[in-house]
Structures are given as C-alpha cells and as structure tokens.
Design a protein around this ligand. Sequence first.
Ligand code: C2O
Ligand code: CU
Ligand code: CU
Length: 457
Amino acid sequence: MSFTRRQVLAGLAGLGVAGLGVGGVRYWLGRPENVATHDYELIAAPLDLELVPGHKTPAWGYGGHAPGLELRCRQGERLRVRFINKLEQQSTIHWHGIRLPLEMDGVPYVSQAPVLPGEYFDYDFICHDAGSFWYHPHTTSAEQLGRGLVGPLIIEEREPTGFRHERTLSLKTWHIDEQGAFTDFLVPRQAAREGTRGRLTTINGEPNPTLELPEGQVVRLRLINVDSTITYRLNLPGGEARIYALDGNPVQPRPLGKEYWLGPGMRIDLALKVPAAGEELSLRNGPLRLATLKGVASSEVAGDWPPPLPANPVAEPDLARAETLRFNFEWAAALASPADEAAGRYKYWQINGQAWDINDKTCADRPIATLKKDGHYVFVLRNMAQYQHPVHLHGMTFKVLSSDRRKIIPYFTDTYLLGKNETARIAFVADNPGVWMFHCHVIDHMETGLMAAIEVV
Ligand code: C2O
Ligand code: CU
Ligand code: CU
C-alpha cells in the first residue's frame, strides 16, 4: 500500500501505541517522539475505483483511497504530513478549517509553490482545535476534488469525550456516467447557476452503504460534505439524533430536528442512539436514501447521551469595538465576454465587484480587505443571487451572529451556508497574520470568480 503511517510501524516496534479499534474503526492515539521528519506519508496518485459495478472509474486518491485515507491527530499536538505528488499535474493540500500558519495553508502562489509531479512537500502544524475537518488540494480544484482528492482529518479531543463509538461519513456525489466514466466537472452554464452536480452519491466511496452500529449505544457520526457542489438536506426519520458539533466546533447539544442543510465543505457531528438489533434507520438527503444505519447485537451496557464537547480555544469577538465590513456576493454572468469564455476564462461571480481569476497568479496581491492583526471584525455577508453559497474563510474561525432569513444560535465555524438572497452577520478576531482565501465552496463558483483574499497584517 502506498500509504504508511510511521507511528503505527513505530508503535509495533514497541514505542507505545495507545490506540485501539474503536467501534470497528482502527485508529491510533500514540505519537512517535523520534520520527525525524513526519508522521504520515500521504501519496496522491491515480486510483481505479469500481463505483459502478463492472466498470472502472479513473479516480485520483490519497493513500490508495478516494475519498482519501482518514488522518488523525490529537488536539494540541503537531501533525506532520509529507505529501508526495504522484499525479501528472501539480497539486497542494489545504487543511480545511484548521487554524495554522499561512505557509501550511496549501494555497498555490500564496502559501507555497505548487508541488510538482514527482515532488513532495512537508506540512507541519499544531492542531489547536478538536473536531471533524478535512483536506483537499487548492489547485485545479474542479478536477482534483472531482476525481476524489478529498479526505477526512479528525482531531481528537485532549481528554476522552463520552463517546465510545464513532464513524466518519464522507459524502460525495461523483460526476460519472452509467459506465463509470467521468463527465464534465465544470459545465459553464451550470457554474453560472447552482454548480455542476454529479450523479452518483456515495458515503466513503460506496453508494448506499449499510452501516452496522452497536444497539443501544450512542455513536458519534461525523458527517463531512467533501462534495464540490451539493448541499445535502440531511434527515433521519424516526432516529434519535442530537447535534454535538458544527464544522468542527462544539455546540450545546440539541435535537437534529427535521432537516439540516450540509453545504459543500461543511461538517456535522451527530450523536445517534442506535436502535435495537435488526432495526434500521435511513439517513437521507431530502427524500433520497444515503445510507442504512442498522442496529446489531452488542453486549455493552446501553450508552447515554454524552456531555457537551469541550469548546475550542477560539478568541471571542468583542462586538462593541468591532469594525464592520460588508461583502456582497453577486451574480455577474452577464459580464462574461465571449472571448473570455472561448479561452476558458469564465467569470460568473464576484465579491464586491471583483471576480477572482483562477488563472491569474497575482490575484492575492490585491486583497479585498486588509484587517489589523488582533482587530475585531463583523462581516456582513449579503447574497444578491438565487443560488446559495457556502462561504468559507481560511486561517481563522468565525462566529455566526445572525441572519435575516433564519434564527441563529450563535456558533463558531469556518463555513457558513449563505442562502439565496440572505444577509448574515459573522464576527471574528483577526488573530492570524497572512493572506487568507475567502471563497464560496461550491467549487465551480469559486473557479468562476467567487473568491477573494483577506489580508491580516
Ligand atoms: Cu476547503 Cu479554500 O477550502
Ligand atoms: Cu479552507
Ligand atoms: Cu457559491
């Protein structure tokens, strides 16, 4: 296998691996202290998948998997990943939702030079926050994410939480036809609307899987939307489920309710009380089944709802002294010139009148806003269009304050699903110096203009 987790090998050699199989998922809590350069070697390479029975899909994967192998680190510890590029094109890895130094953020020409085919790059950063995160390239994103270069990154809490069982569910809808061949990842007329949707929805690369869960236990389900376009309308009819975290940040536990809209890039951690052995629940996207959750016999004593997860060490914005900045997310397809389109330069979207040009390496030299280091800011996000945008900020975690469309219980996140024609307010402390991407996570919106740089100096 192309992936090696050195600490596992080190652990087998007697270096004290503390981890064990939990809920059928094998993971390791031990960290080597004497591995000189890195903990993980993560190879991006072509990988044939059988998503459609009897047919081959020429995917790209991380560590021999697509979605990629699950990486884990303990909160407060360093994560060191040697990324080896065995693709035929340049790439990078961006660590979605992780507050890290700019040099580790994975944005080409801003944080680092792209990693060329055959080369490697060592990512090395401290994971300050516990929760469900993910990783993906920030280069030729429609194709690279589309082909499967997406993977979960789980940061474990410092102390055991009340959860004894957990599962990670990475949701992705592949752009493939009935023979498993890829279809276009970015169709211009779709990019100018809601984004180009795939056809085959999978969880951890499997269409409609059945997940067996121990009856009577409370299981933590980490749902990660690694898709490029689709907002999944999650619901679990008849299931007893509570929300414990949103986008890697704990919330006061509350019932899942009728439906939760999980936009591209977003995560939700649910606690599910598993039904009796033999009973099944349907995890659904609107009316469509995503997975069957099935209770199986277990000799463990029934679990109870764990206490809330501990808050992450995110600075609290002080609204009384915050400066307010406004950002309009606009549809600008009418501005696209036929010459640009013919050259493959599509500009359908803009923020405050500026469209990001994905082929122009100097865009980040013209930040849309310059913030003072450690300043407090309120951003007013206004969606002037009919299509929703999961608005994502790199490098810092923000607090969602209010919306003119829905009731908000303020919470910390890195991605906010801005509904059609919605205006929302977010706030944060600009405590991380650098040039940070601020973009819609519908990848073809991002690649056709809906991205900007926010500078913190
Ligand atoms: Cu998942 Cu630029 O981000
Ligand atoms: Cu990100
Ligand atoms: Cu968008």
